[in-house]
Design a protein around this ligand. Structure first.
Ligand SMILES: Cc1ncc(COP(=O)(O)O)c(C=O)c1O
Length: 369
């Protein structure tokens, strides 16, 4: 039997919650489960407002819309991320400005941010990677000094902590994905969190076609239909109830991998920093070049041994669709380039059993030999 890279772990309580929502008749993008899901998730992440949306990518779209970027404005973000971070910047005719990754945490190298600031810089997008948070204090200090807004992409970091504070509690806004491989999943889904009342109201309007609370079908700006359904919210809500268990389970999986892999020659692991508590969303590794194999070859060898993997992100500066637009010409980000070629992640889903972790690590050892 192959070991899948992710398998969601749903419970009877999850099914019951969805059935209750279904029976209530609230089956579209309004209803009590949505409001409860928003309030509970905002509270879990120490935020005042939650705005549930259809997925994590559109949560980022709303977050960037709230920045009110003008053509030519710039947003600093890591090259090593998903394209969802760049799309809303381009749609605003603004410019994504990249920084490389930290070689230990694979999150953005915050020491590179300041040199990328220009008079057009408006915001920094901090992306927590594979469950490990960005080093937020220096990032926030730079943002404050240069009067920049901060968007936090915590899609992969539900429950992760930075110096005792939850991921998603920093910056002007934060974004989450509830895709099937996330710690909390609604199948497809996402959420934007903010503290400011007016930003929350604006985000709710943007999510719902630009409708105004006081007069439906009157529009003063262009919005989107990014609504999450009440059925999806019911699924997510039930999982927040057992969030501590979910995080603990994920950390046990992460620790089990670390114990088995940290001494293995030929690979590097994501190094959890003293200020971080990772949730090990996906357990990644980087194959050293001196093994003579790259991640694609390594993935093949693992597949032959029944272990599914996924490749790492390919940096935004290496994306043909972005380079064709004249972006990132001649720019090099050596850490991101290296981990993109040499990195992959192992089966990491909540349903993963210890015996499967043993099998995966044995396959890793054989594949490296
Ligand atoms: C860092 C990051 N941001 C944003 C997203 C987009 O989320 P979604 O797939 O829900 O659109 C993802 C997706 O997994 C992600 O990993």
């Amino acid at each position: 039997m192959n070991i899948p890279v992710n398998e969601p772990l749903l419970t009877e309580a999850d099914y019951a919650s969805v059935m209750a929502a279904l029976r209530s008749g609230w089956i579209s993008g309004a209803g009590p489960h949505i409001e409860a899901f928003e309030a509970r998730w905002a509270n879990y992440c120490d935020r005042r407002h939650g705005i549930a949306v259809a997925n994590g990518s559109v949560a980022l779209q709303v977050a960037v819309s709230l920045l009110d970027l003008q053509p030519g404005d710039e947003v600093i973000l890591p090259t090593f991320t998903i394209i969802s971070c760049v799309l809303p910047i381009l749609l605003a005719d603004a410019r994504p400005v990249l920084v490389d990754s930290d070689p230990q945490t694979w999150t953005m190298d915050v020491t590179q941010i300041e040199s990328r600031i220009t008079p057009r810089t408006r915001a920094i997008m901090a992306v927590h990677i594979y469950g490990h948070p960005v080093d937020m204090d220096p990032l926030l200090e730079i943002a404050e000094r240069h009067n920049l807004q901060v968007v936090e992409d915590a899609a992969e970091a539900h429950g992760a902590e930075y110096r005792g504070r939850r991921a998603g509690s920093f910056g002007t806004s934060s974004c989450f994905s509830f895709y099937a491989n996330k710690l909390v999943t609604t199948g497809e889904g996402g959420m934007l969190l903010v503290d400011d009342d007016r930003l929350a109201e604006h985000a709710r309007s943007l999510r719902n076609l630009g409708f105004q609370p006081h007069r439906r079908f009157l529009h003063t700006e262009l919005g989107f239909n990014f609504r999450l359904t009440n059925l999806q919210a019911a699924l997510g809500l039930a999982q927040i109830e057992r969030m501590d268990d979910i995080v603990a389970r994920k950390r046990r999986i992460g620790q089990a991998y670390t114990e088995r892999l940290s001494e293995m020659p030929g690979i590097e692991l994501q190094v959890q920093q003293s200020w971080a508590r990772s949730v090990y969303w996906m357990y990644g590794l980087v194959v050293r070049e001196d093994t003579g194999i790259d991640a694609a070859e390594f993935a093949n060898r693992l597949k032959q041994r029944g272990v599914e993997t996924r490749p790492f992100f390919l940096g935004m500066h290496e994306q043909p669709v972005l380079r064709e637009r004249g972006l990132f010409d001649g720019e090099r980000y050596p850490v991101a380039e290296r981990i993109a070629r040499q990195g992959l992640y192992l089966p990491s889903g909540l349903a993963l059993e210890e015996a499967q972790i043993d099998r995966v690590c044995e396959a890793v050892r054989e594949a490296l030999a």
